[in-house]
Design a protein around this ligand. Structure first.
Ligand code: SF4
Ligand code: SF4
Length: 301
């Protein structure tokens, strides 16, 4: 069912042509991700930095990085070719808010040259609370936060995040997990209070947070999160010893269904997410990024 039905008018206006927030819209409206954000401020065990942020993207794909100037050129070019384009997102390849200069420069250009497009970011949430005013000032009304645990002891989080980097300092273990969680929850709450629609992603990691996701959904609902998207871990051999996920298999579809069930009683669940790349273009089920590589727009003035 479409989350757009039966909503307050202001929320409906935010989701009616957003393919990621509205299952019906995803057949008709297109999105583009511009890969302007290479750095990250945390390490997730399932992430291999050579590739896109695995929070929003399938692991193992490398997106075409663009500068803010190239990003706006690309968006205008794609918008002319795909009239259904309604959303521009920054989803990596690292973390949108670990690269605030490039991210907000890009949004500045978009505000100026493409004011009709909806803007969104995806983030691990560590730096979210520091950027609420900037997001509002740049008309960013959609934020996706990846949150895999709400365990206050930090023990689940410590198995997922070996370190975080905050305020010029590196934190590790449960201390890192506790600080990340605290800042994620503060950031989500502040977004909800500012009228920014929050979608949450959780990566289902067998044996680590699979039984915990119902609890995550509950906390998120209480904070006003609009939509929850549970994504299966896609295991890779290279995760093994190096990334501390040795022996952890990919999440099975049965496990995914179980986790979605545990979460779904509390909140609308997004089941059509395709874990798009950081440079995805087009309708959600139809990635046209190859038609819109740098050579297609860099020749334009
Ligand atoms: Fe990788 Fe994204 Fe995690 Fe950063 S937030 S470590 S880019 S998966
Ligand atoms: Fe939408 Fe998911 Fe793709 Fe992001 S990754 S554009 S939320 S379908």
């Amino acid at each position: 069912s479409s989350p757009a039905k039966g909503l307050p008018k202001d929320v409906e206006a935010l989701v009616n042509n957003h393919p990621c927030y509205n299952e019906e819209a995803h057949h008709h409206y297109a999105r583009i991700h511009v890969a302007v954000a290479p750095a990250c401020n945390i390490q997730c065990n399932y992430c291999n930095r050579k590739y896109d942020c695995s929070n929003e993207s399938r692991p193992g794909v490398t997106s075409e990085r663009v500068s803010p100037e190239e990003a706006i050129k690309k968006v205008l070019h794609v918008g002319a070719a795909i009239p259904q384009l309604s959303v521009v997102g920054i989803a990596g390849p690292g973390d949108a808010l670990a690269n605030p200069k490039a991210t907000f420069e890009t949004f500045g250009y978009l505000n100026r040259y493409a004011p009709d497009l909806k803007l969104c970011i995806s983030t691990n949430g560590l730096a979210l609370i520091d950027h609420i005013d900037a997001l509002k000032a740049h008309n960013v009304h959609h934020v996706t936060v990846t949150i895999n645990s709400v365990d206050e002891s930090g023990e689940i989080g410590a198995k997922i995040y070996p370190w975080i980097y905050h305020d010029h300092k590196r934190y590790r273990g449960v201390e890192a997990a506790q600080l990340l969680l605290k800042r994620q929850l503060e950031g989500i709450k502040a977004c909800a209070e500012a009228g920014i629609l929050v979608k949450a992603n959780s990566v289902l990691i067998p044996h680590i947070n699979d039984k915990h996701l119902g609890e995550v959904a509950k906390v998120l609902r209480d904070l006003g999160v609009f939509l929850h998207n549970v994504m299966p871990l896609i295991s890779k051999k290279e995760y093994g010893t190096k990334f501390g996920l040795e022996g952890i298999p990919s999440a099975s579809s049965k496990a995914l269904m179980k986790a979605q069930e545990a979460c779904g009683t509390d909140m609308k669940l997004m089941k059509h997410c395709r874990q798009c790349r950081a440079d995805a273009v087009g309708l959600i089920n139809q990635d046209r990024k190859d038609e819109f590589g740098k050579e297609s727009f860099n020749a334009l003035s």
